[in-house]
Design a protein. Structure first.
Length: 464
């Protein structure tokens, strides 16, 4: 992996399997990719966390025999398959975009990371089979058999995202190949799939998945709670979803610390962009707020905390932190975009952690739910805020890697398609995603309008 000071020398290390320069519309191609990722990533979060939440509630039903838990699990499983169906569409679009928008990237490095996408496809098909069996197996399979059919859905929700995150981790810290005369040779796909950045990226994403899914679902039941619906059905939906989210929020700070220290080693310019640090220095400060002025190469109007950035990145208040000036301006990401996204993620994450702490302490020490109306209003807001933090985090990660598609080896402008008229494709994406959003909203509203009791059919249930 090239050092920050050598990135410029690495700019032409890979000529590209297709040869020649990329196309003129890198900005529009990135916008299309960003739009698709922004739509798909929240669906990934539900794929990671929601099946485990559903199985937990069904487990309560098996243990207690209370059909209220069955009604809740059954309702949630219908929501899950709806979200899964949308994920099929958005995931397929993303797959096409990789090949159509970034052909030189795929042709050059496909042998290195392609195994991850191949295995993800297998994981997806297994997930599709078992989620269909699970949803349509209610009252048709014995109770415990039905529960067991949900376990592969939980596992494939993990493996599918694990494999895709492996590719992303590799893009941020590429290994598993050699470059000879500008060509990629000697690919080692398993080494690439387990790239050094995988540990912190995967952990950070998994906690984020549980937070996003948990807080969004909890917000639905917190809204009902504020309207006076406090029966067991709504109470269970609130407590289970909120518990999953809050238990993930606590260790997320540790995962973020791990990620920051790893980025300081593998992508120092990204860390400098997070903070807007102009020059390499020991005992670097952390600046809250403000904006980065490129003309003066410094952050203005922020609140500076001495030596905090060194402490966070190196666990040493006098640690050395690489600054933006260590590379030419052309090798730096758009600092304000990255910095604002990073600070947005950190601020929302801190607020959600404090909300989670209040919930956990109240439940543990007072053995009851919080009673103040403001807490439940905060839970309602926490759902959309967690989504904002998720998108902001991905923006910081992906834009912070720029101008590289494969960090230190291939620039994004060299990877993009040479085709023009991408405006038509962008307009098509907007129409598709707006249509999907409308269809999902209609389906979920129709589902929510049915009383929970309609989900329970004990007379037809198979014993076992």
């Amino acid at each position: 992996m090239p050092d920050a000071a050598l990135l410029t020398l690495a700019a032409e290390r890979v000529s590209g399997a297709l040869g020649g320069a990329g196309g003129p519309d890198a900005i529009l191609a990135r916008r299309m990719q960003a739009l698709s990722l922004a739509v798909h990533i929240p669906i990934v979060c539900f794929g990671i966390a929601f099946p485990a939440m559903i199985l937990f509630v069904e487990g309560l039903y098996l243990r207690t025999g209370d059909v209220t838990y069955k009604a809740l699990a059954k309702r949630w499983s219908k929501v899950a398959i709806t979200i899964f169906a949308v994920g099929v569409v958005t995931g397929t679009i993303l797959s096409f975009e990789f090949g159509l928008l970034w052909p030189n990237f795929m042709a050059t490095f496909g042998e290195v990371f392609g195994v991850g996408f191949g295995l993800e496809g297998i994981s997806f098909f297994i997930e599709a089979i078992f989620i269909a069996v699970y949803v349509y197996g209610w009252d048709r399979l014995p109770r415990r058999t039905h529960f067991l059919t949900g376990i592969p859905v939980v596992i494939t929700g993990f493996t599918g995202s694990f494999l895709v995150m492996g590719v992303n981790a590799w893009m941020n810290d590429p290994v598993g190949f050699k470059v000879v005369d500008g060509k990629v040779v000697d690919p080692k796909p398993w080494e690439a799939l387990l790239a050094p950045n995988l540990g912190h990226e995967l952990t950070h994403m998994y906690f984020a998945g549980y937070m996003v899914a948990g807080f969004i679902v909890a917000g639905v039941y917190a809204t009902a709670w504020l309207r006076g619906r406090r029966d067991l059905y709504h109470r269970a939906g609130l407590v289970v979803a909120l518990s999953f989210a809050c238990l993930a929020a606590a260790p997320q700070g540790l995962a973020g610390d791990w990620a920051g220290r790893r980025v300081a080693v593998s992508q120092p310019i990204k860390l400098a962009a997070f903070e807007g640090l102009p020059r390499t220095e020991n005992g670097a400060p952390f600046t809250i707020g403000g904006y980065y002025d490129a003309s003066d190469n410094k952050v203005k109007y922020g609140i500076e905390i001495p030596k905090l950035l060194s402490l966070l990145s190196d666990h040493n208040p006098s640690g050395r932190v690489v600054g933006l000036s260590s590379v030419p301006p052309g090798d730096r990401p758009p600092v304000n975009v990255v910095r604002i996204a990073f600070q947005t993620m950190a601020a929302i994450g801190t607020a959600l952690a404090l909300l989670s702490l209040l919930f956990v302490l109240t439940c543990v020490f007072r053995r009851r739910l919080p009673r103040t109306q403001w807490f439940y209003r905060a839970v309602v807001v926490a759902g959309p805020l967690s989504l904002v933090a998720l998108i902001a985090g991905w923006t910081a990660t992906e834009v912070g890697r720029q101008p590289w598609v494969v960090y230190g080896y291939m620039r994004t402008t060299a990877a993009v398609t040479r085709s023009d008229n991408l405006e038509i494709g962008f307009a098509f994406l907007v129409v598709v995603y707006v249509g999907l959003a409308g269809a999902v909203a209609w389906l979920l509203r129709r589902l929510a309008a049915r009383p929970p009791e309609t989900e329970v059919a004990p007379a037809r249930e198979v014993a076992g």
